[in-house]
Ligand binder design. Structure first.
Ligand SMILES: N[C@@H](CCC(=O)N[C@@H](CS)C(=O)NCC(=O)O)C(=O)O
Length: 202
């Protein structure tokens, strides 16, 4: 299978971490919807990455569809528990972490618009979502080592990736100082090759 995406996208990184944790082989095809001449919309009408192209050329998006698909094709190292209630809780944490990335990306894009077109109130609105989302991630982790059970699940991966995106794009947001438990989670995740080798760059 083939993963299409960029080195900067947190959603692509989340999928790469899952592929590494599940030890699934794939080809990584670099493309970005922000690059002139990109081919992203040929695979996803929404023009967004990540996209997973299966061996029969079926395309899968978005990242939450892909992570669930990947967890189900390989039985090793389950990242989403099977019982419905637990599964929903893990996917809720994934949605929360993805939502932090969505809001952060919107704030970043808005901040890059030319003077006169930029909306400070829109940026503030998105940054509030980031702050509230990070606080919820911290409150819900509390003093546990992982969000669920005794080993990392998709919840920890998604939260770790969202924090990594803040490290990359918003160094002024001091989530580590405000939420030491998230700092501990992040440091533990960064000891894993799946995380350390996929830090966003560009
Ligand atoms: N909900 C989607 C979000 C994907 C997304 O927003 N990707 C960004 C890159 S970080 C993108 O491709 N943006 C291009 C655009 O919005 O035109 C997912 O989880 O895959």
């Amino acid at each position: 299978m083939k993963l299409i995406g960029s080195l900067t996208s947190p959603f692509v990184r989340k999928v790469r971490v899952v592929l590494a944790e599940k030890k699934i082989d794939y080809d990584f095809v670099l493309d970005s919807p922000w690059e002139a001449g990109n081919k992203v919309a040929d695979f996803n009408p929404l023009g967004k990455v990540p996209i997973l192209v299966l061996d029969d050329d079926t395309t899968l998006f978005d990242s939450r569809v892909i992570t669930e698909y990947l967890d189900n094709i390989a039985p090793n190292n389950r990242l989403i528990p099977v019982p419905n209630r637990e599964r929903a809780q893990i996917k809720r944490w994934e949605a929360l972490a993805d939502g932090v990335c969505d809001a952060a990306a919107l704030a970043l894009l808005e901040s890059r618009r030319p003077d006169g077109e930029r909306s400070p109130s829109w940026i503030a609105r998105q940054r509030d979502k980031v702050q509230r989302g990070v606080k919820a991630m911290s409150d819900e982790l509390d003093d546990q080592a992982w969000y669920h059970g005794t080993s990392p699940t998709l919840a920890d991966i998604a939260v770790g990736v969202s924090l990594g995106y803040l490290v990359f794009r918003f160094p002024d947001i001091d989530w580590r100082e405000q939420h030491p438990n998230l700092g501990r989670l992040y440091d533990k995740l960064m000891q894993r090759p799946s995380f350390a080798e996929t830090m966003p760059q560009g």
